[in-house]
Design a protein around this ligand. Sequence first.
Ligand code: 0GY
Length: 298
Amino acid sequence: MSFTMDADWLPFHPSPKRPDFVLPAGAVDAHCHVFGPGDVFPYAPERKYTPCDAGKERLFALRDHLGLARNVVVQATCHGADNRAMLDALRASNGQARGVATVRADVSGDELAEMHAAGVRGVRFNFVKRLVDPKPDAHYHRIIEKIAPLGWHIVIYFEAADLEERWAFFTSLPTIVVVDHMGRPDVTKPVDGPEFGRFLEFMAHDNVWSKVSCPERLSRSGPPGYDDVIPFARMVVARFPDRVLWGTDWPHPNLNMVGHMPDDGALVDLIPRIAPTPELQQGLLVDNPMRLYWPEDA
Ligand code: 0GY
């Protein structure tokens, strides 16, 4: 089956720069995706967008080009709960990739064991309404009962306004919880204001981690500096240096919404502005993701 990407889809940058910032040895891209290719791994019927193909070979080439060592491949919503493209990438990675899956509430123990063997270490719960249809809490609780015994964590993706609505649920989660893109703050509001304050309060729970990713998605001031996002990421890194992760978000789904595609090398060059010391960089890029995804090698 062949798929045609959405008419306004922005494909990933064809030739990102080699970063000026030299990543520490063993750096992990802890948030990236693979899309298809659709003729091998079809996009899900219930998807909200049809992307350009962005397969594992391109992801691994980007990893090497940027000076990264490992990837955490997060199941993209365009594949629904069909994790085959993500699992195929993990299996082809020689142990250099781990994964975060999307599963149905009736997922079996055998399916989870197979995913674990391939390198999956978490599930993603996506609350962003333009990406997935809402589900009752019981759906999530059924999944949590099955994945918690495996030592997996939960990745949550939500928009700033959802935090209040879901506070009781989010703070009751029994596993490590990793928040995508700092809970998508409105960066036109003050970094020391009540809305981001609530997110920092959430992060004060010691099982809560955050990805300080996606400046291109959050920024209103735009490239190349994404100056309005930097203080938010920098504050999270400074306050919670042991519970932060960084990722490219390649191949950058839905950036038609923000109107430009970043150069992935330029995204790497932002890291010293959000993690200004070598110690913070080592935690963000190596020690933290290794502890979460490769504890046996950490
Ligand atoms: C992201 C963000 C988005 C989409 C997805 O899986 C997805 O479809 O993650 C988005 O559109 O905000 O995590 O990169």
